[in-house]
Structure formats: structure tokens, C-alpha cells
Design a protein around this ligand. Structure first.
Ligand code: COA
Ligand code: MG
Length: 290
């Protein structure tokens, strides 16, 4: 397999309350149809998560391609998966995917070689918590068909207390989502037929993160062209997974946390004037938590 350079970037929304100037710079660099989509969110938290995802994508493609930020153009496929509209730009083939939950936004990206462009990446992040109204066992019963018997036997292991069960559940959820997101197929696959075996030689904690010994079977067939990383982030409050199809990163590494200044690019005054009233309206949206 050829060489693949993997980028893992994270942003902690808990560390950022945007000013009008910062928000204007951010909004000025995203496409008009994305502005329309963002304004529909009720909470500013959702607005900002999605916005930061767009900025991460833009920084990633700009870094890999050498194109200035404002010349990078994205579109979405029929299922909503964003991709870079490459036009006739030279440079390595690349794949990226964004995930956001709670205060985390992640981007995983990978580049390969032009001779071997059929590869891709997917990622997902989940907060390790159960906040549903029903009991955990009722919730698990409801989710029964989404996991294989082997996965349930791992989640419900005798040595797992309730917290460990939630953690094991979320780890499997992230792995499935990362896989599905690489494919871009949303929830149209039969998730119970996608069965992960997580690395049982190590407990997943921040010291060993990322774990890379995960394997996948689909409809009972081993999927040897897929590889996975499992990460723990933000004091072990979140788990995340990266799925690699037909590629393997040169090195397994951790997510790098970026500051907002690393995502913002100076805009022209006229561009800022265009978005200022939009941003003022966005800043009136409520926070989920104060
Ligand atoms: N495929 C891959 N990535 C996609 C995508 C698709 N079809 N559609 C959007 N994305 C990207 C976008 O960058 C999106 O960000 P945006 O919403 O700000 O535009 C980001 O992925 C969203 O990912 P994430 O934050 O992880 O959201 P999610 O986990 O709620 O949704 C979906 C992921 C929409 C792609 C899809 O997998 C889904 O519908 N999931 C439903 C949940 C479910 O039942 N999962 C079962 C797992 S056991
Ligand atoms: Mg998700």
C-alpha cells in the first residue's frame, strides 16, 4: 500500500466564545449556501460546530493543495457528504471527513498518490455519556438490531459496570459511524451486519490512544482493506474513531488541537461588511449551556 499522510485536527468549542469580528471573518470565508444552512440552527452551539467544521475543511484542502482559502470550493453529494470541487488543480488525491458533537469538532484527512487514488477516510466523535430518559438496558434493547451479537457480548461483558458499558457502546457507535461516513451512505446500511472486534489486549485510555488493533467483518466476511483508529479526547470524556478504506496512515498519531486564530483568515473590509448583520443575528441565538 502506498504512503498516506494523515491529518487529525480537533477544535474545542468550550474554549471559544466568538467576538463579532472573529465570527465575521469565519462567516466571510464560507460559501453562501452554507450561511443559509447555518442560520437555520436554533442554538448557536450547533451553528458554531458546523461553522468550525467548514473552516477545518477549508484549511485542510488549502494546506494540501496550496490554493488560497477563498479559492477552495466545496459541494455536497446527494447524501450530503461534502467534497472538494477540485477542478484541474494538480496535487495529491485526498479525502477528509468532519464530525462534531458536544464541544468537539474533528477533521480527519488523508492524502495519497495519484497512481492509486481509490481510498478514503471517515470519522466520528461521541461524548461518553448516557442521558436518555429510559434505563440503559431499555435503551440497549431499542438499539439491539444496530449491533451484532459479538458486539453486544463485548459491550455487556461481566467486567463492565454501567459506565464501561456506555463507553463500549459509544466506541462501537463511533466505529460504525466512521465506516458509514467514509462510504457516505448515511444510515441505509444494515448496521447489525457490520461487526467490529475492538482491541481487547488494552483498555482504551488516554495513554494508549489511539488504539489500532480493531478489525471489521461485514456479513461475516473479513474486510481486510479497512483500518481503524480509536481515540479518547478531552480528559477521556469523548471517544472518536477514524476509518481508513484502502489506506493506512504512515504513522498513527493523536488529534492536534487548533486555536481559532489558526482557522481564521483575514478578509477584505468589503467582505466583512457583507456578513456583519448576518453575524449580529447569529450572535442572538441562545447557547444550550451558558
Ligand atoms: N457521509 C459522510 N459525511 C457526511 C455526510 C455523509 N452522508 N453528510 C454530511 N457529512 C459530514 C458533514 O461535514 C457533516 O457536517 P455538517 O452537518 O456540519 O455539514 C458531518 O459529516 C456530520 O457528521 P457528524 O457530526 O458525525 O454527524 P452525525 O453523526 O449526526 O451524522 C451522518 C452523520 C449524517 C453522515 C449519517 O451517518 C447519519 O445519518 N447518521 C445517523 C445516526 C445513526 O443512526 N447512526 C448509527 C450508528 S450505530
Ligand atoms: Mg456523529
Amino acid at each position: 500500500m502506498s504512503k498516506h499522510i494523515c491529518t487529525r485536527w480537533a477544535f474545542d468549542l468550550g474554549s471559544w466564545k466568538p467576538t463579532l469580528t472573529q465570527l465575521s471573518q469565519a462567516v466571510a470565508s464560507i460559501q453562501p449556501e452554507e450561511r443559509v444552512r447555518l442560520m437555520k440552527f436554533h442554538f448557536i452551539d450547533d451553528f458554531l460546530s458546523s461553522l468550525i467544521g467548514r473552516l477545518l475543511m477549508r484549511k485542510y484542502v488549502s494546506t494540501c493543495s496550496g490554493l488560497p482559502h477563498h479559492q477552495v470550493k466545496f459541494a455536497r453529494d446527494v447524501r450530503g457528504k461534502p467534497y472538494w470541487v477540485r477542478e484541474d488543480i494538480d496535487g495529491p488525491p485526498l479525502s477528509f471527513n468532519v464530525s462534531h458533537q458536544g464541544s468537539l469538532v474533528l477533521l480527519a484527512g488523508i492524502t495519497g498518490e495519484a497512481s492509486d487514488p481509490d481510498f478514503g477516510i471517515g470519522t466520528d466523535v461521541m461524548k461518553i455519556e448516557y442521558s436518555g430518559g429510559k434505563s440503559l438496558s431499555d435503551f440497549f434493547r431499542l438499539m439491539k438490531s444496530k449491533f451484532s451479537a459479538q458486539e453486544w457480548s463485548y459491550i455487556g461483558r461481566a467486567q463492565h459496570d454501567e459506565w464501561e458499558q456506555v463507553k463500549a457502546f459509544m466506541r462501537h457507535w463511533c466505529l460504525k459511524e466512521a465506516y458509514v461516513k467514509e462510504l457516505g451512505v448515511g444510515i441505509t446500511v444494515d448496521l447489525g451486519k457490520i461487526s467490529f472486534s475492538v482491541d481487547t489486549t488494552h483498555p482504551l485510555n488516554s495513554e494508549v490512544s489511539p488504539l489500532t488493533g480493531t478489525s471489521l467483518r461485514c456479513h461475516d466476511q473479513p474486510m481486510e482493506n479497512w483500518h481503524f483508529e480509536e481515540h479518547l479526547l478531552l480528559e477521556e470524556d469523548y471517544c472518536a474513531a477514524i476509518a481508513f478504506r484502502n489506506c493506512l496512515p504512515q504513522v498513527h498519531g493523536r488529534f492536534q488541537f487548533l486555536g481559532v486564530e489558526e482557522l481564521l483568515v483575514k478578509s477584505l473590509e468589503s467582505e466583512l461588511d457583507d456578513v456583519i448583520s448576518y453575524c449580529q443575528r447569529a450572535l442572538l441565538k441562545p447557547y444550550k449551556r451558558s
